[in-house]
Design a protein around this ligand. Structure first.
Ligand SMILES: NC(=O)c1ccc[n+]([C@@H]2O[C@H](COP(=O)([O-])OP(=O)(O)OC[C@H]3O[C@@H](n4cnc5c(N)ncnc54)[C@H](O)[C@@H]3O)[C@@H](O)[C@H]2O)c1
Ligand SMILES: [Zn+2]
Ligand SMILES: [Zn+2]
Length: 389
């Protein structure tokens, strides 16, 4: 089959690789119908997630059709359209049983690559390095889904492929981020980053009852999506002197009740602090540029919640004292998609959640390197490039 392979930093090529096969009775084989780029893939392209190997098939946001079914999989059959969350989860361990799916104890066959850094291994993630399990990703014609009896969610007839696609990653991530905020009537939620994840966090904050949502980014087309598709108010951080001051003014001096970081380790910024982060990141003295996260911590109201969706590694100058003195709550995780999928599919069926507006570009799998190029450089207004293998 054909697949998009990572071959080194910013070196993606479509290659012919072996077809996947059923390995365990709980596996299914999917024919990938649609798959899309995610901000997390950019951290792979740019070389910030270690343990990638030449030839690894990337991609973790996808929808597919079941073509082969393992003997123990009873919930789906050949021909079903299914959406699958990006983490690989067993369904049986203590963490899966406690709805903390991305912390699954069983799905990562390479715990020794994570334990020295994290203390304990987490769930595997499709197409996301050997430290995260080494499973082949979704930018391919076919894909093996382990633990398919808990990982495959049937897409209802009224929900199109393009609507269901983002329920595998961007939508549950955004929803989890809003869920972490413990939103109460009257709450104001500010979201840094108006990419696929941030936009889904904004929509979810409204679904969970936020009174106002404020989006912070610098790309006018993304901020326009936040206003027009989600109903958020917006701040272009490149056009204001101080995001903190603007947020204070917008919230009667109190600050947003919750701040969601949907930017991650490759934040862009202005000023001295950004230059410092960039230099240290370039020489690999630390992995993260923390401009957005630091701003979110500073801007959050006292006693508020910081919800971190952006992917991070190691950061200098992390203002733990601000979090401590302001009595903030910090929540974060790789997304627990299995927990949220049933609810998100219901929202999609009822027409309350239609993430397909994120699609700005469509390509064949053969053209996917160009899709990544546009997505990475945010050219031609690219928010999500979708590939049809
Ligand atoms: N927790 C999870 O399970 C999970 C799942 C998916 C993605 N992610 C992470 O979420 C982050 C966002 O993903 P995405 O797909 O939306 O990426 P994206 O690259 O499409 O969007 C990131 C956005 O952040 C904006 N940004 C950069 N610097 C900023 C700053 N200083 N202030 C405000 N905005 C800034 C960019 O302009 C861009 O619009 C990434 O770090 C990704 O790895 C996490
Ligand atoms: Zn992702
Ligand atoms: Zn598990």
């Amino acid at each position: 089959m054909r697949a998009l392979c990572w071959n080194g930093i910013n070196d993606l090529r479509v290659e012919t690789v072996a077809d996947p096969e059923l390995v365990n009775p709980r596996d299914v084989i999917l024919k990938v119908l649609l798959t899309t780029t995610c901000g997390s893939d950019l951290h792979l392209l740019d070389g910030y997630i270690p343990t990638m190997r030449a030839g690894d098939v990337i991609g973790h946001e996808f929808i597919g059709e079941v073509v082969e079914v393992g003997a123990d999989v009873k919930n789906v059959s050949r021909g079903d359209r299914v959406v699958v969350p990006s983490p690989v989860c067993c369904g049986n361990c203590w963490f899966c049983q406690h709805d903390q799916w991305s912390l699954c104890d069983n799905s990562n066959p390479n715990p020794e690559l994570q334990e020295p850094v994290l203390g304990y291994p987490t769930a595997a993630i499709f197409g996301y390095s050997h430290a995260f399990g080494g499973y082949a990703g979704s930018h391919a014609q076919y894909m093996r889904i382990p633990y398919a009896d808990v990982g495959c969610f049937k897409v209802p007839d009224g929900v199109s492929n393009e609507q269901a696609l983002f329920l595998s990653d961007a939508a549950p991530t955004g929803f989890m981020g809003a869920d972490f905020c413990d939103i109460k009537p009257g709450h104001v939620v500010a979201v840094w980053g108006a990419g696929g994840v941030g936009l889904m966090a904004m929509r979810s904050a409204y679904l969970l009852g936020a009174e106002r949502v404020i989006a912070i980014d610098r790309f006018p087309e993304r901020l326009a999506m936040a206003r027009e598709r989600v109903g958020a108010e917006t701040i272009n951080y490149a056009e204001v002197d101080s995001v903190l001051d603007v947020l204070k003014e917008m919230t009667g001096g109190r600050g947003p009740d919750a701040c969601i970081d949907a930017v991650g380790m490759e934040a862009h910024g202005t000023g001295v602090e950004y230059a410092y982060d960039r230099v240290k990141q370039a020489v690999r003295l630390h992995t993260d540029r923390g401009e957005a996260l630091r701003q979110a911590i500073l801007a959050c109201r006292k006693g508020g919640t910081l919800s971190i969706l952006g992917v991070y590694g190691v950061m200098d100058k992390f203002p733990i004292g601000v979090i401590m003195n302001k009595g903030m709550t910090v929540r974060t995780a790789q997304q627990h998609g299995h927990k949220y999928l049933p609810r998100l599919l219901e929202h999609a069926s009822r027409g309350e959640l239609d993430p397909s507006f994120l699609i700005t570009h469509r390509f064949s799998l053969e053209e996917s390197p160009r899709g990544y190029d546009l997505f990475k450089h945010k050219q031609e207004g690219c928010v999500r490039a979708v590939f049809a293998p």
